[in-house]
Design a protein around this ligand. Structure first.
Ligand SMILES: NC(=O)c1ccc[n+]([C@@H]2O[C@H](COP(=O)([O-])OP(=O)(O)OC[C@H]3O[C@@H](n4cnc5c(N)ncnc54)[C@H](O)[C@@H]3O)[C@@H](O)[C@H]2O)c1
Length: 416
């Protein structure tokens, strides 16, 4: 393996402090760490982790190592990589290849370096490592037991590959587990997107018109929190059911081009390229804020925005102003990268606790069953979802009811 790439080795103590803080607020993963340390379920296996590289991900990587694995870590978006966390992981003896602000080519190169570990298990976020393995590093495919995919966009890619019979190993779809999307996509994105908007702009949300493009799990969370902050929300959708859901949640619903004329703040959360594009920039209100919550930075067509602008300047650390030829100013947050990660610290630790507990348990599942699984994109087994939820509840001292034997019979019979 090549030596780790560490941009700020002198910041390891700061990184350790950040990891220690999230560890205190990730009780499910902490419980799994204790069990894994004893049982060593990943003993002798090699794991690559490619998720937004900040403190919570670092803790997941450390838990996987405590389970006996050799772990190589890389980022999933250069803007979200925290150099102090990279330094802490390298100092802890993991192989780490990531640098904040790396170019796409550099980033790809660093993912390749992580793959040199010859992974048996992949923890991916957005599907880039799975793609790289299939397209450029096919010689490594025979080592791979399987992958765990974190987010909706990566799930879409894995399902498409599976449908085309181009998937060389099983992929467990973490995102499609209830303990993922019900907490992470809705509450995590809902809270942290507004954290990012508020931190980067220091402006008020109350009284504004917020447009949410894509009212799926993430968009719903963003819209509900905007309403809680006192904004009026307009939802834009291509799916009639999700559009109706938005309506029932008190949003106005209309096509995006119409909504742009009213938007003070517009958040994309579709997982689809160029959701916000040239024809929208042409009609957006003066002084509107544009931000993306979707996985890939191309949901906002930044190249077209740059091409249309008469002037472009940096106004705050994560805010770029674009002056249109007619004099309107549009403000892009976090260069179009995920606003909650580029402009804030990503999801709260308690939220990533459930997502990463699923990742850790899914990795263990692949270690045991990977050899006998078919190369398909499939849901995480229901018992893992239930296990994580029970740990979450017990961790906060909450107990729930159970069905009586009579009720169980009633639920499984038609005669009653
Ligand atoms: N910011 C984060 O931390 C975070 C967290 C989880 C997921 N994500 C990412 O956010 C994106 C959305 O995830 P999700 O779980 O909400 O997906 P989802 O499938 O539940 O929702 C996406 C919605 O967008 C709609 N849509 C698609 N194209 C559209 C268009 N052109 N105009 C309007 N609506 C459109 C779809 O109909 C759907 O309702 C994905 O890229 C996912 O990977 C980000």
């Amino acid at each position: 393996m090549r030596p780790s790439i560490v941009a700020a080795p002198d910041r390891a103590a700061e990184g350790r402090q950040r990891i220690d803080w999230v560890r205190r607020h990730m009780p499910i993963l902490s419980q799994l760490e204790t069990v894994f340390r004893k049982e060593q379920p990943l003993q002798g296996l090699r794991v690559v982790v490619s998720v937004h590289l900040e403190a919570k991900t670092a803790y997941l990587a450390l838990v996987l190592r405590s389970a006996g694995a050799q772990v190589a870590v890389t980022g999933s978006n250069p803007e979200s990589t925290k150099d102090e966390v990279v330094a802490a992981l390298a100092a802890a003896g993991l192989h780490v290849y990531a640098r904040q602000g790396a170019s796409p080519d550099e980033m790809r190169g660093m993912m390749g370096m992580a793959l040199d570990v010859q992974p048996n298990i992949i923890i991916d976020d957005g599907g880039d490592i799975v793609e790289l393995l299939h397209e450029d590093r096919a010689e490594l495919l025979p080592h791979v037991l399987g992958a765990c995919e974190e987010t909706t966009s990566g799930v879409m890619r894995a399902k498409a590959r599976c449908l085309a019979k181009q998937l060389a190993f099983p992929v467990l779809l973490i995102n499609d587990a209830r303990c993922k999307y019900l907490f992470d996509n809705v509450h995590g994105t809902g809270q942290s997107v507004w954290d990012g908007v508020m931190r980067s702009t220091n402006l008020v949300v109350a009284g504004k018109t917020v447009v949410v493009a894509g009212y799926g799990w993430c968009g719903k969370g963003v819209g509900l929190r905007a309403q809680g902050l006192g904004a009026q929300v307009i939802a834009c959708e291509v799916d009639p059911v999700n559009a109706a859901d938005a309506l029932m949640n008190g949003c106005r619903v209309m096509p995006l081009a119409e909504a742009c004329r009213e938007a003070d703040i517009i958040i994309t959360a579709t997982g689809v390229r160029h959701t916000l594009r040239a024809d929208h920039f042409a009609v957006l209100k003066n002084n509107s804020l544009l931000a993306n919550a979707g996985h890939f930075w191309d949901e906002i067509d930044v190249a077209s925005l740059q091409a249309a602008a008469a002037e472009r300047c940096r106004l705050r650390e994560q805010v770029e102003g674009y002056r249109m030829p007619d004099g309107r100013w549009l403000y892009l947050l976090g260069k179009g990268n995920l606003v909650n990660i580029a402009c804030a610290d990503g999801h709260p630790a308690e939220i990533m606790d459930t997502s990463f507990a699923l990742q850790a348990l899914a990795a263990k599942y692949l270690a045991v069953h990977g050899h006998s699984m078919t190369s398909a994109a499939s849901k995480v087994p229901e018992e893992l979802d239930q296990h994580v939820a029970r740990l979450k509840l017990s961790g906060v001292g909450v107990s729930i009811d159970t069905l009586t034997p009579e009720q169980r019979t009633y639920r499984s019979s038609w005669q009653a």
